[in-house]
Design a protein around this ligand. Structure first.
Ligand SMILES: [Zn+2]
Length: 198
C-alpha cells in the first residue's frame, strides 16, 4: 500500500474514531447521572465501566468523583476538536519512520495545543496490514497523546498497554493514554458488555 492510499484510509477512520469518542462521552454523562441517583441499569453500568478503566471507586467522595468525570470528559473534548479539524482537511495525519524500533505510530503529547502539524504519525510498514478496528484503536491512543495531552504510565519501563490498563490504580490510569483509548473501545459496545468486555 502506498503512502497516499494509506492516508486516505486513515482519514476515513477518523469518523470511526470520533464515534468511539462520542460513545465515551455518553458513558461519562450516564456515569455522572448514576453518581447522583443510582438504581438505573444503563447509568449504573456506565459508572461501572468508568470504574474498570479509571478506578473511580478509589475516590472517597462524590465531589472528587465528579472532578474525575469532568477531567476525562475534557480530555475527550479536545480529541473531538482535533477530529473536527482533521475532518475538515488533510492535515495532522502523516506517515513516517519509527523513532524507536518498536514504534507503530507516535504523536507529540499535547502537540494539538500548539497546532503541531506533525500530528499523528503512522509507521507505514507496521500499520498498512492492520485491520480497521486495530487502526482505529491506534488512532485513538495517539489522539489521546496529541490532543488530550496524556502520556503513558509505565510498568517496569513498559507503557501499560492492553489489558494491563485494568490493573492500574486511579492516579496511574489518569495519566495513561491506553486507559482512555480502552475506555472508548469498550464504550462503543452494547451496555451489557461494559462490565466484562476486553
Ligand atoms: Zn502511546
Amino acid at each position: 500500500m502506498d503512502k497516499e492510499k494509506f492516508l486516505a484510509k486513515a482519514r476515513k477512520l477518523v469518523a470511526e474514531a470520533d464515534s468511539w469518542r462520542k460513545s465515551a462521552d455518553n458513558v461519562l454523562n450516564w456515569a455522572s447521572i448514576a453518581l447522583g441517583s443510582p438504581g438505573n441499569k444503563l447509568t449504573d453500568s456506565a459508572l461501572m465501566l468508568v470504574d474498570r478503566c479509571f478506578k473511580i471507586s478509589e475516590l472517597e467522595n462524590t465531589g472528587r468523583k465528579r472532578i474525575l468525570l469532568m477531567r476525562v470528559k475534557e480530555t475527550f473534548k479536545t480529541v473531538a476538536e482535533f477530529y473536527a479539524e482533521v475532518t475538515n482537511g488533510n492535515q495532522y495525519l502523516n506517515v513516517g519512520p519509527p523513532v524507536r524500533p518498536d514504534d507503530i505510530a507516535y504523536a507529540l503529547v499535547n502537540g494539538w495545543a500548539t497546532k503541531d502539524k506533525s500530528g499523528l504519525t503512522f509507521v507505514l510498514a507496521k500499520c498498512e496490514t492492520k485491520k480497521d478496528l486495530d487502526l482505529t484503536d491506534i488512532m485513538m491512543h495517539e489522539s489521546i497523546h496529541f490532543a488530550g495531552g496524556i502520556g503513558h504510565f509505565e510498568i517496569e519501563g513498559v507503557p501499560a498497554y492492553g489489558e494491563k490498563v485494568f490493573t492500574l490504580r486511579h492516579h496511574q490510569a489518569m495519566v495513561n493514554a491506553s486507559s482512555y483509548a480502552y475506555f472508548a473501545y469498550i464504550a462503543r459496545l452494547e451496555s451489557w458488555q461494559w462490565a466484562t468486555a476486553t
